[in-house]
Design a protein around this ligand. Structure first.
Ligand SMILES: Cc1ncc(COP(=O)(O)O)c(C=O)c1O
Length: 469
């Protein structure tokens, strides 16, 4: 069975019918279940088993129900408190239920504002958001489109780059992830996310800048950036010599927070441009100030990107994505139709706009920088005490721990990573995991995390790591 990277997966298929029958016996009618009454974990699981497609997996051996959330904390149905250090999957920038976002949603409802309008009508929220977003993008990236997700943002980025260049090849990185829709998934660098008969056309991949496991056997700091040179060889050997675009995450999220050296980007962008391609920087996980320098890591690293895509933390959990592109890529789209029913929805754009304002008002990028450094120090000190930690990496509040059974052989400690998730959960801490082999702990708390909360994270990780054999 294909396994969601980072998920101690239970097979959800098979038992649904029996459980739903017993559930029906406990309720007079199924209609009763449709009210907003609380449900037990077992009841929810039964409905999921009966009706979801079997790709719907969950974290933890016993799935966790979250019923309430505030700031950096979430609460289960017994009111047990957890510090949320993964935020869905890297979606909470300003924390859960921020008062400013709550009051704006309430106001919109109280004023009977339309529950939905598409961009075919005028509404201030998407327009204001486009202006706010372009105030934070690198120079020249000033044309915006809104989508519902990161996958759709990347689909549109590919389409625009292909249209502008007249070329079809998309170059991506092994260990990269850009979404679950057709073209986005075709660019995926993880076998466990692919489907047997899914077509992968006009896509080619280069080796990842994965310093801890350098595919060229080199050491960080003393190499000749062989991974960057591999991009050129890939174009020369697997395409007709021109590409439409290359897509790269400035820190590879699903791949396990792989953070390439800054110099990698300069070399690669130059290669992409020399072969006629557009450079797409996928900031779905790294954006919204998470990396502690600028609102966008692309800008902080001085990457000359032609297109940037965003989602997740951009809307603080609202279903919104964005694509920002240069005029020369946007202009050729004139006269074509691209319509996205919900892209630019008033509620979603209001939430993203408020998120951007809160990040500014509460100086959260600075906090991501400071607390990121503090958390990293703590993680480095854990590494000196726990052999299981092979590598500490990431930027700002996007930090990963690669777990290995043996520091010399670097055997992936996947089972141990699952155990760590279970142990931290018991102690009131939610963490994520990733990497092709599910052996990288991912930490991405809200940008508002405090020093005391970071201390708690380190304390719980320390205690939990001590238990794992
Ligand atoms: C870097 C990156 N790009 C794109 C996506 C796809 O985003 P979504 O799940 O919102 O479609 C993801 C999701 O994990 C991601 O991490």
């Amino acid at each position: 069975m294909a396994v969601f990277p980072g998920s101690p997966t239970r097979n959800l298929s098979g038992t649904g019918g029996t459980l739903v029958n017993s559930l029906r016996e406990r309720h007079d009618t199924m209609a009763e279940l449709k009210t907003d009454q609380p449900m037990t974990n077992e009841d929810i699981q039964a409905l999921r088993n009966a009706h979801f497609i079997p790709t719907a997996t969950h974290y933890y051996t016993e799935a966790l129900q979250l019923v309430r959330a505030q700031g950096c904390y979430v609460y289960d149905e017994t009111d047990k408190e957890y510090l949320d250090c993964i935020g869905g999957i890297v979606c909470l920038s300003v924390g859960h239920n921020h008062p400013k976002i709550k009051s704006r949603i309430r106001k919109m409802l109280d004023r009977d504002e339309p529950q939905h309008t598409s961009l075919l009508y005028l509404n201030p929220n998407p327009a204001k958001l486009a202006e706010k977003l372009t105030s934070q993008t690198p120079e020249k990236l000033n044309r915006v489109a809104f989508t519902n997700s990161g996958s759709e943002a990347n689909e549109l980025a590919f389409m625009a780059a292909r249209h502008a260049t007249g070329e079809s090849f998309i170059l991506s990185l092994r260990h990269g992830y850009h979404g679950g829709t057709s073209a986005a998934l075709a660019s995926c660098g993880h076998g466990n996310w692919r489907f047997q008969s899914q077509p992968v056309t006009a896509v080619t991949t280069a080796e990842a800048p994965y310093c801890y496991r350098c595919p060229f056997g080199q050491k960080k700091g003393s190499c000749a950036l062989e991974c960057a040179q591999h991009v050129e060889q890939t174009i020369q050997t697997t395409t007709h010599g021109k590409i439409a675009a290359m897509i790269v995450e400035p820190v590879m999220g699903v791949g396990g927070f792989i953070d390439p050296p800054k110099e990698y980007f300069e070399t690669v962008v130059d290669i992409v441009h020399r072969y006629g391609g557009q450079y797409i920087s996928d900031e779905v996980q790294t954006g919204a100030g998470r990396c502690g320098g600028e609102f966008l890591l692309t800008k902080e690293l001085g990457i000359d990107a032609d297109i940037i895509t965003m989602a997740k933390g951009f809307g603080n959990g609202a279903a919104i994505g964005a694509v920002v592109m240069k005029d020369e890529i946007a202009n050729p789209l004139a006269g074509r139709l691209y319509f996205n029913t919900f892209g630019g929805d008033p509620y979603q754009t209001m939430q993203a706009l408020s998120t951007m304002e809160i990040i500014e008002e509460e100086n959260l990028i600075k906090n991501a920088h400071d607390m990121g450094n503090y958390l990293r120090e703590g993680l480095e000190s854990l590494k000196t005490r726990h052999e299981l930690i092979g590598d500490v990496r990431g930027r700002g509040l996007l930090l990963g721990l690669e777990l290995v059974k043996n520091r010399q052989t670097k055997e992936h400690a996947s089972k141990e990573c699952n155990q760590l998730m279970e142990e931290t959960r018991k102690r009131g801490l939610l963490i994520g995991k990733g990497g092709l082999f599910g052996n990288v702990v991912r930490l991405a708390p809200p940008l508002s995390i405090t020093r005391a909360q970071v201390d708690f994270v380190i304390h719980v990780l320390d205690e939990s790591l001590s238990i794992i054999k």
